[in-house]
Design a protein around this ligand. Structure first.
Ligand SMILES: *[C@@H]1O[C@H](CO)[C@@H](O)[C@H](O)[C@H]1NC(C)=O
Ligand SMILES: *[C@@H]1O[C@H](CO)[C@@H](O)[C@H](O)[C@H]1NC(C)=O
Ligand SMILES: *[C@@H]1O[C@H](CO)[C@@H](O)[C@H](O)[C@H]1NC(C)=O
Ligand SMILES: *[C@@H]1O[C@H](CO)[C@@H](O)[C@H](O)[C@H]1NC(C)=O
Length: 286
C-alpha cells in the first residue's frame, strides 16, 4: 500500500505544465531545393521544433498570430472530452479563428501516450507549413526501446494553400481533381539522413502530415515491428511495409545491425493512387 501511494505520488509529481510561446510569422524556405516559398514559421523557425510531453502533462501554448490571416491550431488525435472541448482548435466548429495580430492561449491536459501532431485547422492552412509532430511519452508503455526517432512524412506544394484551394474548389474543376504536390519530404527535407547506432532497438515514430499523399514506408534490410497505431498500443506485429494515409501515425521497433559498414535506405514513396495524374518531374520516390 505504501509503495502504491509512493508510486502514485511520483506519478503525480512528474506531471507538469509545459508552456510554449508560439509566435506565428512568415518565413521563406526552400524545403525541396526546387523552389523558395513562404511558409508559416513558429518563432521564425521552420521546420518548427516537435512538441514532446510526458503523459498527464498540461500543454499550454501561448499563440501570437503575427500573420495577416486568421489561424487556429488543433492537436490531432488528442481527446478533448473532459471539459476542454473549446481547446480543440477546429476553426468555425469549436472556436472562432484567431484574427491577425491577436493572441490566444490553448491549455489542456494530455492523458494519452503516443504519436500525434499539431496542425492549423483553418481551411487547408497547414499545408503552408503550420504542422508539427507531438510525441507523448509514458514510462508505463509495455514496450522496450533504447532510442526514439520521429520521422515525419509530408507532401510539398510550391503554391500557397489558398491558391491550391481556389484551384480545387472551383466550378471549372468538375472532376474534383486535387492539386498534386511538387515533392515529398521526410523530416521536412528531400535529403534527410538519420543516424543509427549499432545493436540498439529504435522506436521509429512515422507520421504522415501530408495534405493528400499516402506513403509506402519500408527500410532496406530490416523488419519492422508495429507497436502503435494512431496513439493506441497494438499487439506487436512484424511487417516489411507500412502504408500511411494523411493524418495517420505508426510506431515501429527496429533492431539495428551489429555492424556499421553499410548504410540503409529508408523509403517513403508517395503512392500514385492518390493522384489523378503524375506530372512530369514529380519524383514519387528517390
Ligand atoms: C539533394 O541531393 C541531391 C543529390 O545529391 C542534390 O542534387 C540536391 O541539390 C539536394 N537537395 C537539397 C535540397 O539539398
Ligand atoms: C477530468 O478532469 C478533472 C480535472 O479537470 C480530473 O480531476 C478528472 O480526473 C478528469 N477525469 C477523467 C476521466 O480523466
Ligand atoms: C500578444 O502577446 C505578446 C507577447 O506576450 C504581447 O507583446 C502582445 O501585446 C499581445 N498582443 C495582443 C493583441 O494582446
Ligand atoms: C553488437 O553486438 C554483438 C553481439 O553482442 C557484438 O559481437 C558486436 O561487437 C556489437 N557491435 C558493436 C558495433 O558494438
Amino acid at each position: 500500500m505504501k509503495l502504491l501511494l509512493l508510486l502514485l505520488f511520483l506519478y503525480a509529481v512528474t506531471a507538469k505544465r509545459v508552456e510554449l510561446d508560439w509566435n506565428l510569422q512568415y518565413k521563406n524556405v526552400n524545403a525541396d531545393g526546387l523552389f523558395e516559398r513562404r511558409v508559416i514559421s513558429i518563432n521564425n523557425e521552420w521546420p518548427p521544433l516537435p512538441v514532446e510531453l510526458n503523459v498527464n502533462d498540461i500543454l499550454v501554448i501561448h499563440l501570437q498570430n503575427n500573420l495577416n490571416e486568421v489561424t487556429v491550431i488543433h492537436a490531432h488525435g488528442i481527446n478533448q472530452n473532459n471539459g476542454t472541448n473549446h481547446m480543440d482548435g477546429a476553426g468555425m466548429v469549436t472556436q472562432c479563428p484567431i484574427p491577425a495580430n491577436h493572441n490566444f492561449t490553448y491549455e489542456f491536459p494530455v492523458t494519452q501516450a503516443g504519436t500525434f501532431w499539431i496542425h492549423s485547422h483553418y481551411k487547408v492552412q497547414y499545408m503552408d507549413g503550420l504542422r508539427v509532430p507531438l510525441v507523448v511519452r509514458d514510462i508505463h508503455e509495455p514496450f522496450h526501446w533504447d532510442e526514439d526517432q520521429i520521422i515525419s512524412l509530408s507532401d510539398w506544394y510550391h503554391q500557397d494553400s489558398y491558391t491550391n484551394l481556389e484551384q480545387y474548389m472551383n466550378h471549372d474543376n468538375i472532376e474534383g481533381v486535387e492539386p498534386i504536390p511538387q515533392s515529398g519530404l521526410i523530416n521536412d527535407h528531400v535529403n534527410s539522413t538519420i543516424s543509427f547506432k549499432p545493436n540498439k532497438t529504435y522506436r521509429l515514430r512515422f507520421l504522415n502530415m501530408a495534405g493528400i499523399a499516402t506513403f509506402n514506408v519500408y527500410l532496406d534490410g530490416h523488419d519492422m515491428q508495429v507497436i502503435e497505431v494512431d496513439g493506441i498500443p497494438t499487439q506487436p506485429t512484424r511487417t516489411g511495409l507500412i502504408y500511411l494515409a494523411a493524418g495517420q501515425r505508426v510506431s515501429v521497433l527496429v533492431k539495428t545491425k551489429s555492424t556499421t559498414d553499410l548504410n540503409y535506405i529508408l523509403h517513403a514513396n508517395m503512392n500514385p493512387a492518390m493522384f489523378d495524374y503524375i506530372p512530369d518531374g514529380l519524383k514519387l520516390s528517390k
